[in-house]
Design a protein around this ligand. Sequence first.
Ligand SMILES: *Cc1c(COP(=O)(O)O)cnc(C)c1O
Length: 388
Amino acid sequence: MIPMIPYGKQDISQADIDAVVRVLQSDYLTQGAQVPLFEQTVASYCGAQYAVAVNSATSALHIACLALELRGGDFFWTSPNTFVASANCALFCGATVDFVDIDPLTYNMCVVALENKLKIAKQNHTLPKIVMPVHFAGQSCDMKRIHALSVEYDFKIIEDAAHAIGGQYLGAPIGGGEYSDITVFSFHPVKIVTTGEGGVATTNQEALAEKMQLFRSHGVTREPHLMTQPQEGAWVYQQVDLGFNYRMTEMQAALGISQMQRLGDFIQKRTVFAQHYDVGLSHLPLVLPYQTPESDSSFHLYPILIQTDQLSKTRLEVFNALRERGIGVNVHYIPVHTQPYYQQQGFAQGDFPVAEAYYQQTISISVFHAMTEQDQETVIKVLQEVLV
Ligand SMILES: *Cc1c(COP(=O)(O)O)cnc(C)c1O
């Protein structure tokens, strides 16, 4: 059997392993010093004041929505070209989810579509409380314009930056919070930096950080200034809200701290791979990912669009042929509104045609730090053979 070159994969060094082993030999496997250190590492990397680490980006998106007081009766908008977690977090809060179609060049939420939808929603008194742009593949959305619309139409912004740690927008790291209330990163192994499972929410608003800290740990506090009743003694903790156990372990945080030291290298290598693809695939019947001048992508994904009108093969045939030859391609994303659960919520095929047309043609090819130049040559060569 030909070994599979996957579309993405973690890169674990000996230093990463040593960091996790040291925690296993220490006194604290949870609620020790590593999680706050990991939070500091991410916050200072991004230039944010606060970072709250949890057990997944899905949990981080949930507590971000809760901190911004998303409730039943509220409206929440995101991109259909994303993982289901970007929309599910709002359903967890009882809110009504809707989508804004994507831009055909960047595959990110289209700002013109957003503005048009806001105008209509204003007339209908159905303006969203939260809009969640998703930095697809690691390329930033047009945050300046989305932020300007948030001022005009009075909504909050959570950036789903699950793909985008290490990416930049207008020369500053994504997650610095200049154009949003909260930014969420994922540390799942297929993303840029991993903690096994894990997520972090960054913010510059102390009140939001405090709320997210409460929600990740049962709504329980040991901070006297957050308590609502007098404290009888040093043993006292108080539950002041309803929260969850979304805590990250010390082992995960230690892995994250160690991995964050290599983030610059991770991004540099992914960028070089992307540049090689840009050149090596330019003569094939493909649309290669467009990069805006405002953004430096983290290149979590390298999505190619199969120009089926110039080929005798369908996307499915190309996909299967690549997999048969050991190229572990994938597809990002099935538009969320076409999932059976969302169809039950009233969405239908055809609701967001740009995202649907993009989905019909897209294939994500291999890009990850541990990939060799030889691997990349193989991907390019096999694509050439399959696309003739
Ligand atoms: C991976 C991903 C998530 C969820 O991240 P987890 O850490 O796996 O919970 C959310 N949004 C997007 C866009 C993702 O790619």
